[in-house]
Design a binder for this molecule. Structure first.
Ligand SMILES: [Cu+2]
Length: 309
């Protein structure tokens, strides 16, 4: 598994090696025909070019050669069928999700990933046990994203208002890249995280450690509020959290609102209900389906703590 391949990362899931074989078959085939056709074209062009004084000499008109035409029809047809059947079998392996797979809920938004485990833990890195099939059930809180794990050779779009799913199994402990491959706005290139494949016992330990509700400052980073909201008073994509609590906020319609717990709660669950003046151009994703009451409380407490007396 650690040997280097020509231009793909070493395969790290149960399906990756099989995909690579098909990929390299098509790749080799393309190189083979590319060389034959290019070299043939160049050699023929030189060999049969019109020499001085022969410009008017035309090739005699021939229009049919049965053996040649059969050859260039049958060989590609056979090759197409080989590629199709091979590819289709692999595709079925990829789309038919094993019934015993562990289900992990994936939520994507601008610009972060959230992974929710059946045991109740949550994280923004994906942690999975090795040697077990994993099913990702994915949806987006805003625009279209796409989840890609190159070492596993798996990729699937993540859409708003519906679920998409895919599965993989990795038998190799280690850390791998996971990122968004669908351009999804200004900080799309920062939608990068890691997959940790752990042994069964390390996985159980990790789940236990991560099942407690984290404090607001941890959630602020985990839910990537920090990509839009600073803590130092400068405006980002959204207003800063510094000294937010207790102030009078001006909204786009000119009205004023007092920033209390209820306003913070509404701003997180229904960001479009009241738009802060000066931020008409940027949109905050809703966290309605992502943040439960305990976590909401922790975040509100955190924002309150950022008020200087
Ligand atoms: Cu994205």
């Amino acid at each position: 598994m650690n040997e280097r391949t020509f231009n793909l990362p070493p395969p790290a899931s149960t399906i990756a090696g099989a995909y690579d074989e098909l990929f390299y078959f098509i790749y080799g085939l393309s190189v083979f025909f590319f060389v034959i056709i290019t070299v043939g074209t160049i050699v023929f062009a030189i060999k049969w070019r019109a020499k001085k004084g022969e410009e008017q000499k035309l090739t005699s008109g021939f229009c049919h050669n049965t053996p040649l035409e059969l050859l260039w029809s049958i060989i590609p047809t056979v090759l197409f069928f080989v590629i199709f059947i091979w590819g289709f079998k692999l595709y079925l392996r990829y789309v038919v999700i094993p019934a015993n797979a562990t289900e992990i809920k994936v939520t994507a938004w601008q610009w972060n990933w959230n992974f929710a485990y059946p045991e109740g833990a949550e994280s923004n890195i994906l942690v999975v046990p090795k040697g077990k099939p994993i099913k990702l059930i994915m949806s987006s809180n805003d625009v279209i994203h796409s989840l890609f794990i190159p070492d596993f050779r798996v990729k699937m779009d993540v859409l708003p208002n519906r679920y998409s799913s895919m599965w993989f199994q990795s038998d190799y402990e280690g850390e791998y890249d996971l990122y968004c491959t669908e351009y999804c706005g200004q900080q799309h290139s920062k939608m990068v995280t890691r997959v940790h494949v752990k042994s069964a016992s390390d996985y159980t330990k990790w789940i236990e450690e991560n099942s407690v509700t984290p404090t607001g400052d941890v959630l602020y980073k985990r839910y990537a509020c920090n990509t839009c909201h600073t803590l130092d008073g400068s405006a980002g994509n959204g207003p800063t959290f510094k000294n937010l609590f207790g102030k009078s906020e001006t909204l786009t319609d000119g009205s004023m609102v007092n920033v209390d717990e209820n306003y913070l709660r509404e701003s997180i669950l229904e960001p479009q209900a009241k738009i802060v003046s000066g931020f008409e151009g940027s949109v905050m994703p809703t966290f309605q389906n992502t943040i439960n009451n305990d976590k909401l409380d922790a975040l509100i407490l955190f924002i309150k703590s950022l008020k200087e007396e």
